[in-house]
Design a protein around this ligand. Structure first.
Ligand code: PEP
Length: 256
């Protein structure tokens, strides 16, 4: 049984004061026994302080990106060891905004995944297709290619300590979510792709792997998306900036 997981990607939003208010409202509204694991991923400059605000709560800290290199002359970058040092448990790798605005290709994403894991962080690996790729019937091929880059470099065993996120590019920040059936189809494909790499473990790694959906999830559509058998929660952008909305999305994992 996979425990659902909801992660909030704050992107480049917030301030010290706004973050404090958001965390305060989240912690106030969180039930004693949340229905899912929860993480928030603030901008890197706010990680330390957000971690302190989360204190001993059940909300974990995640980062939005990581450098593939371990240390050295990489101006502006932040290493996996540094993220671990300030209390991160998770880090998003391969978000479409990194892949497309910053030209991070499959090979670099795979190296970031490995860098994160080698310092004890759990990567949240994002994969997803453009609208034109979907319209050309290339969705599964794109997802397979993005996944293969990581599986080839890190090996299938690495999926024991990772989270996957299917984020169709056309659904991110657009208000246009994938239908539950579209999400389920891709999530099942992701799980099957991982299972196909397992010989010794007989599909156990794929069966335990949490695959999140991301792309315009809101309180109003979360439950029907999370009710799909292979959708194990969500990676939430815009709606993670409103405590009441984010809390309702977390509660909606009960539909899983
Ligand atoms: C995201 O940034 O990962 C995301 C899914 O954004 P939104 O929820 O705003 O579509």
């Amino acid at each position: 049984m996979r425990r659902p997981f909801v992660a909030g990607n704050w992107k480049m939003h917030g301030s010290r004061a706004e973050n404090a208010d958001l965390i305060d409202a989240l912690l106030q509204g969180l039930p004693a026994q949340p229905a899912c694991d929860i993480a928030v991923c603030p901008p890197v400059v706010y990680l330390w302080e957000t971690g302190r605000l989360l204190k001993e709560s059940s909300v974990a800290l995640g980062a939005q990106s990581v450098c593939a290199e371990p240390i050295g002359a990489f101006t502006g970058e932040v290493s996996a060891a540094m993220l671990k040092d300030v209390g991160c448990r998770y880090v998003i790798v391969g978000h479409s905004e990194r892949r497309h605005h910053y030209k991070e290709d499959d090979a670099l994403v795979a190296r970031k995944f490995l860098a994160a894991q080698s310092h004890g962080l759990i990567p949240i690996l994002c994969v997803g297709e453009f609208l034109e790729e979907r319209e050309r019937g290339q969705t599964m091929a794109v997802i397979s290619r993005q996944l293969a880059a990581v599986l080839d470099l890190a090996g299938v065993d690495a999926m024991r300590n990772a989270v996957l996120a299917y984020e169709p590019v056309w659904a991110i920040g657009t208000g246009k979510n994938a239908t539950p059936a579209q999400a389920q189809e891709v999530h099942a494909h992701i799980r099957a792709t991982v299972a196909a790499r397992e010989s010794a473990s007989g599909g156990k790694i794929a069966a335990a792997l949490r695959v999140l959906y991301g792309g315009s999830v809101k309180a109003g559509n979360a439950a029907e998306i999370f009710s799909m058998p292979d959708v194990d929660g969500g990676l939430i952008g815009g709606a993670s900036l409103k405590a009441d909305e984010f809390l309702k999305i977390c509660a909606a994992t009960q539909a899983h």
